[in-house]
Design a protein around this ligand. Structure first.
Ligand code: KG4
Length: 337
């Protein structure tokens, strides 16, 4: 079964073709128009998707060495994301499917990430515990099958990636914060500052806003302004923050492992690129003697291969959708049963 997937929820335009779940092509174009704005500008993102979508579909089809008429299924990210950006890829995919008389599957972006471990050679075994961490979401999930996903915990305020981005901006390292903090942290002492790890009412929920404020207060107390922070202190702040943010994710993940018997563990989404977190998750897998599947870096960020794969699995499990399905911006995720 040949599947075309489109992802356009934020600042990556991506098109992928899979054959029975195997990747034939996966083209990801990251928008650069936002670099001077310290974050993604929604309207610029929509315009960049509009310019890129057709050439990338053509390129993906050529690279996969298939024809439009070979496609069996077309999938696209329906949400969550920036609505203007989503609408470009989603409407394009719907129009293509309608005109080619092919089936169409709308895909939840977070579910795309959750199943991204299946793009690896070593695949997760059900049931698996999935920590989904990106710029917009922080979720702990029990994935029992393709169609049963139980939400165990989520952030009650900022997403983990958002915390990395905000703290990076706060200490003058810029955007995107995750990679910049990780780079600076490599030179710092993570034991130097004890930043807090939040406790929440549901013990598997997360909270990052207090941690972000703690970094702000520390800087206000110790230095006159950001420009006055010596380089070595900056590295220590980055390392200490990274440890606190990472540990708060790992502590809850371990609590969930104690409560639920699983065969595998996976960490997915943009923040899964973080080396401290990747090591922590693989250490937990060793401790609990379960399989560890962490996507390679190209599949941690937004990509259409995971969207095509998720749509393909939903289609195989019998799900069918009609063309009046709409894209949605909301990032709330509920269990799927
Ligand atoms: O999944 P993603 O590419 O986009 C969505 O939010 O959907 O995630 C982007 C997030 C950003 O917040 C970025 O700072 C974070 O992932 N990120 C990282 C790292 N690389 C990217 N966070 C921590 N460490 C990293 N190495």
């Amino acid at each position: 079964m040949i599947v075309l997937g489109i992802e356009s929820s934020c600042d990556e335009t991506s098109v992928s073709i899979l054959n029975n779940g195997e990747i034939l092509s996966n083209i990801v174009s990251s928008q650069t128009v936002h670099k001077n704005f310290g974050g993604v500008v929604p309207e610029l993102s929509s315009r960049a998707h509009l310019q890129l979508i057709l050439p990338l579909v053509k390129q993906s089809i050529e690279e996969a060495q298939v024809k439009l008429s070979d496609l069996n299924l077309i999938c696209a990210t329906a949400g969550p994301g920036l609505i203007g950006a989503l609408l470009v890829g989603f409407t394009f995919a719907k129009g293509l499917a309608y005109s080619l008389k092919k089936d169409f599957v709308p895909v939840n972006h977070i579910e795309g990430h959750m199943f991204s471990g299946f793009l690896m050679e070593e695949k997760p075994l059900f049931p698996y515990l999935c920590l989904a961490v990106s710029g917009g979401n922080t979720l702990l999930l029990l994935v029992n099958s393709d169609t049963e996903i139980i939400k165990l915990g989520s952030t009650i305020d900022d997403a983990a990636g958002e915390a990395f981005d905000k703290v990076s901006k706060l200490i003058g390292l810029g955007y995107p914060g995750g990679p910049k903090i990780q780079e600076a942290a490599a030179y710092g002492n993570a034991e130097k500052i004890k930043f807090p790890i939040a406790k929440t009412k549901n013990e598997l929920d997360f909270s990052f806003s207090g941690l972000k404020t703690a970094v702000l207060r520390y800087i206000q107390k110790e230095y006159s302004d950001v420009a006055g922070i010596p380089l070595h202190d900056l590295y220590d702040i980055a390392a200490s923050f990274q440890k606190a943010a990472g540990m708060s994710l790992l502590i809850n993940t371990e609590k969930a492992l104690k409560q639920h018997k699983v065969n595998s563990i996976s960490v997915v989404g943009g923040v899964a690129a973080n080396l401290f977190l990747r090591k922590g998750i693989s250490d937990l897998a060793i401790k609990y003697k379960i399989k560890c599947v962490i996507p390679s870096l190209e599949f941690c960020g937004d990509n259409a291969a995971m969207i095509a794969y998720r749509g393909y699995k939903l289609f195989l499990s019998g799900k069918r959708y009609n063309f009046d399905y709409c894209a949605y911006p909301s990032s709330h995720y509920s269990s799927r049963k």
